[in-house]
Write a protein that binds this ligand. Structure first.
Ligand SMILES: [Zn+2]
Length: 87
C-alpha cells in the first residue's frame, strides 16, 4: 500500500473495504482522538488514533445514530465545541 493510513486511505485489514463505520470517538492523550470503527463489509472492528478530528467522522457518527437534521446539528456543534476545548 502506497497510502499512509490517513482518514481517506484507511481500509479494513481483513477485507480491504474502505467503508469503515465510526462506532465511537473519544479524546485520547496527546491531543489525539481514538476512534472505534467497524467494517461495513465484513464487520471487523478496529481502533484508530488520529491527530485531528475531521468533519467526515462526525457525519459518520450522526449517520449511524439515524438522527433528525436538528439533532445532528446539536450533536455536531457540541462535539466541535468539546474538541475545541481539548485542542
Ligand atoms: Zn472488512
Amino acid at each position: 500500500m502506497a497510502e499512509t493510513p490517513a482518514e481517506k486511505g484507511l481500509a479494513c485489514p481483513a477485507c480491504g473495504c474502505h467503508h469503515l463505520l465510526v462506532l465511537r470517538t473519544r479524546p485520547h492523550t496527546g491531543g489525539r482522538v481514538m476512534r472505534q470503527r467497524e467494517c461495513r463489509n465484513c464487520g471487523r472492528r478496529l481502533i484508530t488514533y488520529e491527530s485531528l478530528p475531521d468533519r467526515q467522522g462526525w457525519h459518520d457518527l450522526a449517520d449511524m445514530a439515524d438522527l433528525s437534521e436538528s439533532q445532528k446539528k446539536t450533536i455536531l456543534s457540541g462535539l466541535l465545541q468539546f474538541f475545541g476545548r481539548v485542542f
